[in-house]
Ligand binder design. Structure first.
Ligand SMILES: Cc1cc2nc3c(=O)[nH]c(=O)nc-3n(C[C@H](O)[C@H](O)[C@H](O)COP(=O)(O)OP(=O)(O)OC[C@H]3O[C@@H](n4cnc5c(N)ncnc54)[C@H](O)[C@@H]3O)c2cc1C
Length: 466
């Protein structure tokens, strides 16, 4: 079997691998991308894009249900699950055809190799399922991850988030285990579709990675929508098939409880896809189900990089793309570059939406207890009143001198777009007075940013150290 030699070999054609390969080729490297399945990765095929279409469908259901408030009488309506699934698949195809990584790779002179899974045989050589061997002076690992099932009896009866479209029918009763970003978004989807949803997590609150105010507000909204939010449980015992459905057992406050559901979804972690990657042959030892890297995305083997979900850091597309580009620069130029800044806006398309960027209130106060915090409720925002979307708020956190915005956290309609705009201001390093002077078009959700910035200015002065 022949062995092909490249300057850079990229494993995986998701957002991280695509960005890495295109940047490496742009810098003049001879590049191969090894992809085991479809280009686009989890993001396009089974993650962000399908989930966002489901979130859009959920939003339409909500709008139909509440249309009467605006004088629109809507007759009988129900969700047709097969049609929804078909719409999701059409949208994935549409996004895939726009992205068309194969064409972009070809135009950039990159070899896309679709011959099965790649596995290291030594630190520079990979063998594919087809038997083909590929050698790289540098290797960028962009293999992404997969859902982790809890190690409990009957776990195979559960569905995982990237496979919800495979559910044969819309479940009337669904349990979602794991109240992180993905679990929370699925709560909104199934709740809006009319399923009775139970959300379970051992964590003391939902959305633990977000500012506490966000988790509390979204949990309250879920409860008002009829979702059973069970946080702080002791653990899940197992699943068993019964004539009536899947029986899920868990312990809470020391007592064993069971519930019967038509579907159980485990959104309980996302280990890197490294089990059959031959990392030991490359001299790399995984840690906590991911590939450890330094700030330049180098593994313990200097010419091997790991980016995107594979390194287990930020697990978001917006991180994967930047990491891929920076790793490509470091690989091709033998440089030590980092991502341009630390800001990483993120959120979820729940009902209501939520988002955050920068430090949480707890983190900011730990760093500087005189930091300044201001919150503006959506009830004060004309656009939210006009749209009857009054649930929500934006919290801005600034340093004691009001020179920097340290964090922004929002719940409510368009929260992600609102936080994105604050991120732009933070990346530009503008101070609170400048942000407060920005003109916001009327009536918009982003106007809440100007209101919150002015509220920060109005907060009493903090005592500065002499
Ligand atoms: C349900 C769900 C919803 C999500 N929603 C969002 C969202 O709204 N916003 C957001 O930012 N993020 C979201 N994410 C996370 C996002 O999908 C990931 O962070 C992103 O896809 C990571 O990109 P990546 O390139 O590192 O990995 P992936 O996109 O997973 O791509 C990895 C690629 O590597 C290939 N591969 C794996 N092993 C091998 C091998 N041995 N040989 C060859 N090829 C291999 C795979 O086939 C795959 O194509 C969501 C994830 C899920 C599951």
């Amino acid at each position: 079997m022949t062995e092909d030699n490249y300057d850079v070999v990229v494993i995986g054609a998701g957002p991280a691998g695509t960005a890495a390969a295109l940047r490496a080729a742009e810098l003049g490297a001879r590049v191969a991308v090894l992809e085991a399945d479809k280009t686009g990765g989890t993001c396009v095929n089974s993650g962000c894009v399908p989930t966002r279409v489901l979130a859009k469908t959920a939003r339409l259901m909500r709008d139909v249900r509440t249309a009467d408030a605006y004088g629109i009488t809507v007759g009988e309506h129900h969700l047709d699950w097969p049609s929804t699934v078909s719409r999701v698949r059409q949208t994935v195809d549409a996004v895939r055809s726009i992205k068309d990584e194969a064409r972009r790779f070809e135009a950039a002179g990159i070899d896309l190799v679709l011959e099965g899974r790649a596995r290291f045989t030594d630190a520079s050589t990979l063998v594919l399922d087809s038997g083909r061997r590929v050698r790289g002076n540098s290797v960028i690992i962009c293999v992404g991850g997969h859902s982790r099932r809890l190690p409990v009896p009957g776990a195979e009866l559960a569905t995982v988030p990237e496979h919800v479209l495979d559910l044969a029918a819309l479940p009337a009763r669904v349990a979602i285990i794991g109240a992180g970003n993905t679990g929370a978004q699925l709560v909104t989807v199934f709740s809006a579709f009319g399923s009775q949803v139970t959300l379970l997590d051992v964590a003391p609150r939902i959305l633990m990675a977000s500012d506490a105010s966000i988790g509390d507000a979204v949990a309250q909204a879920f409860a008002e929508q009829g979702v059973a939010v069970l946080t702080g449980i002791d653990g899940v015992d197992g699943l068993a098939q019964t004539a009536d459905g899947i029986e899920l057992g868990w312990r809470a406050a020391g007592s064993a409880t069971t519930g019967t559901f038509d579907a159980v979804i485990m959104a309980t972690g996302w280990p890197a896809d490294i089990d059959d990657l031959g990392l030991d042959a490359a001299g790399i030892t995984p840690e906590r189900s991911a590939i450890p890297v330094d700030q330049y995305f180098r593994t313990a083997i200097p010419h091997i990089f790991a980016v995107g979900d594979a390194n287990g850091r930020d697990m978001l597309v917006q991180a994967a793309v930047f990491e891929g580009e920076v790793a490509a620069e470091n690989a091709v130029l033998d440089a030590n570059r980092r991502t341009p800044h630390h800001l990483l806006p993120a959120g979820g398309f729940t009902d209501p939406d939520y988002a955050g960027v920068g430090l949480t209130q707890t983190e900011a106060k730990q760093r500087d207890e005189l930091c300044i915090v201001a919150t503006v409720a959506y009830t004060q925002l004309d656009r939210a009143v006009i749209d009857d979307r009054r649930r929500g708020f934006l919290t801005l956190i600034a340093d004691r001198r009001r020179e920097l915005i340290l964090g922004a956290h929002a719940v409510g309609e368009n929260a992600i777009e609102v936080v994105q705009s604050v991120t732009t201001a933070m990346a530009a390093g503008i101070d609170v007075a400048t942000l407060a002077g920005v003109k916001f078009a009327y009536p918009t959700y982003s106007a809440v940013i100007g209101m919150a910035a002015r509220a920060l200015l109005a907060e009493p002065s903090q005592e500065l150290p002499v």
